[in-house]
Design a protein around this ligand. Sequence first.
Ligand SMILES: [Cu+2]
Length: 171
Amino acid sequence: MLRASIRAAFAAIVMLSSSAAFAHEGHNLGATKAVGTLELRGGFARATLPNAPVGGAFVTITNNGATPDRLVSVSSPAADVGQIHDMSMEGDVMKMRQLPDGVVIPAGETVTLEPAGLHIMFMGLKQPFVEGQTVKVTLTFEEAGTVDLDLPVLGAAADSSMPMDHMDHAK
Ligand SMILES: [Cu+2]
């Protein structure tokens, strides 16, 4: 009895630590892709619950060029609408807002879209994002043009950083 529960606890720890290690080493993250002077790496989407209306996607963008570029739009065949969002603390409350002008990628700099920060939000999901599968995403940049990514779907652990009002906004 005791032995069984110790074993279960140990297995849970091993699972947790191995998935964390994988994420760190980038094994689970999307392939690096270049478009124009931009390099995109470490992309992923977050698993969603069945019937969840929204899902988040994240990627790191480096601009190796001498002029700024701008991420102007996002889309996916898996969702009706893609938006670019920012998240910030207002007092004790996490607030989310759409960035209608997109995100500037300054020359020579890296912008990271990540949980609890800038992110891509898909609304009207046609099916849930399932861990282990991939989501096709198209990013459009002002200068560099469009780039297609196959984002691996990672577990929903970081969803705890997503505020509940996420479900309501931008409807
Ligand atoms: Cu959002």
